[in-house]
Design a protein around this ligand. Structure first.
Ligand code: BGP
Length: 468
């Protein structure tokens, strides 16, 4: 028997830009994803180009009813998606919202409730309106706080009765690594100063706390969380220099959660600012706003990495998405992401000990190349045992963390239906329980097929984890 709480929120997660498509329909403005056909691996284009898989995505915009029905069949209690900011405010700084965009999410949330599925909404998931990126350089500008405030007031007012769980920014700490995708910052990475980067971080942190404050005022029943990219950082060796290097690398991620939970900047990051000549422009009232802390902490978990003080070894390491040195004891996915199920137990314990706030795993999963084959009933399927074993191994460790005493609210697998990859913008990196017939050359019928993992997850949810 496992020990998942009775009301554990089982489900799946997606983001608007990676699956909705309909990039220019019903008044939607462009967002940064519309000009990022290669994800973080290539340069942004001037205009949307048809090689950008996100423009059509999986056409969830038109097919959400069928897709939510499939999620309901698996027994989802919760469905995480984002609201595309530029469907609501096409330019980001518009005076009035776009009614057609608002109506779409009304219909989407209603459809979830039809099956007793609770929506979990990311307010900003790598979808900064393009106009805000181009005119203001994204979150480098303080003006973004006001535009974001306007946007959150609008969606809280509209969906306050339909949405109980909100996340302010997807993987807020990723802006340190991917300033364009995460923060709408157009300055090329190599030219971006630490001063501008951390000023953007400050603006996002203030905006996040402001959303929490406003959310609590407007929707007393709502639960507002932050969302961080979690990546345990182990010392490569027991040498104290490596241990301190790992601790410092951890700080660069932890401080985002610390501000959200403790309501102020920790001393160690102030030291980093001082030593790097970063002088944040903190306006009157900012510190008061930061005191509005979150109800829960949510995070993505895909991999752990190592850190070392030895520059030679650092250079040799291939690293993962956010850098770091590969762990010699761990296998990797086809994309080089190291697979570490115990890392999720470790990070759950670390976060719980540090913050004593309920935790919500809102992304975890295996991106892999799937092969669609004929099944015995004359249909088609994918025998994705590798995905089942990845998810199963991680959930076993989540159960261990719960036994350790960690408070875990729920678990939503990433990309519960195949979608476009955020980092590479490819379609062939699939995460779903549901296969979508779509390919990187633009071909495919967009038909949906249940993979073997679909039935596995259904059993896990129905047994509240006992089938692990
Ligand atoms: C996270 C993002 C998601 C998602 C996931 C998997 O960083 O929040 O948007 O895409 O990673 O990454 P990828 O799509 O690059 O495999």
């Amino acid at each position: 028997m496992t020990t998942f709480p009775k009301n554990f929120l089982w489900g799946g997660a997606v983001a608007a830009n990676q699956c909705e498509g309909a990039y220019n329909e019903d008044g939607k403005g462009l967002d940064i994803q519309d000009i990022m056909p290669r994800g973080i691996k290539g340069l942004p284009t001037d205009k949307p180009t048809m090689d950008n898989m996100k423009l059509i995505g999986i056409d969830l915009y038109h097919r959400y009813k069928d897709d939510i029905k499939l999620f309901a069949e698996m027994g989802f209690k919760v469905f995480r998606t984002s609201i595309a900011w530029s469907r609501i405010f096409p330019n980001g700084d518009d005076a009035e919202p776009n009614e057609q965009g608002l109506a779409f999410y009304d219909a989407l949330f209603d459809e979830c409730h039809k099956y007793g599925i609770e929506p979990l909404v990311t307010i900003s998931h790598y979808e900064t309106p393009l106009h805000l990126a181009r005119k203001y350089n994204g979150w480098v500008s303080r003006d973004l706080i006001g535009f974001y405030e306007n946007y959150v007031r609008t969606i809280f007012m509209r969906y306050g009765k339909k949405v109980k769980y909100w996340l302010t920014f997807n993987e807020i700490n990723s802006v340190l690594h991917e300033p364009l995708m995460s923060g709408g910052i157009m300055t090329p990475k190599e030219k971006l100063t630490l001063q501008d980067l951390y000023q953007a971080v400050h603006h996002e942190l203030v905006a996040s706390a402001l959303a929490t404050k406003i959310g609590h005022e407007m929707m007393p029943e709502a639960k507002i969380g932050c969302m961080v990219l979690s990546m345990p950082i182990y010392p490569l060796t027991p040498h104290p220099d490596d241990v301190i290097a790992a601790m410092k690398a951890d700080h660069m991620n932890y401080f985002f959660g610390d501000v959200h939970v403790r309501g102020q900047y920790p001393e160690y990051i102030k030291r980093y600012f001082r030593e790097n000549h970063i002088e944040l422009q903190i306006e009157d009232g900012d510190e008061e706003i930061l005191k509005h802390t979150v109800d829960f902490v949510s995070f993505s978990y895909y991999m752990s990495v190592c850190e070392t003080a030895d520059l030679e070894k650092k250079k040799k390491g291939k690293g993962n998405l956010m850098g770091g040195v590969p762990n010699p004891y761990l296998p990797s996915s086809e994309w080089g992401w190291q697979i570490d199920p115990q890392g999720i137990r470790y990070i759950l314990n670390m976060f719980w000990d540090r913050w004593q706030k309920p935790l919500f795993i809102v992304e975890n999963g295996l991106g892999a190349m799937d092969e669609l084959i004929d099944d015995e009933q004359g249909g088609k399927t994918v025998q994705d045992d590798y995905r089942i074993s990845y998810l199963n191994d991680h959930l076993v460790q989540v159960n261990e963390a719960i036994k350790d005493g960690v408070s875990v609210m729920g678990y939503t697998t990433w990309g519960c239906i195949d979608l476009v990859s955020a980092s590479s913008a490819e379609f062939k990196k699939r995460y779903g329980f549901i296969y979508v017939d779509r390919h990187d050359d633009g071909s495919g019928t967009l038909a949906r097929y249940k993979k073997k993992s679909f039935f596995w997850y259904k059993d896990i949810i129905a047994s509240n984890g006992d089938m692990l």
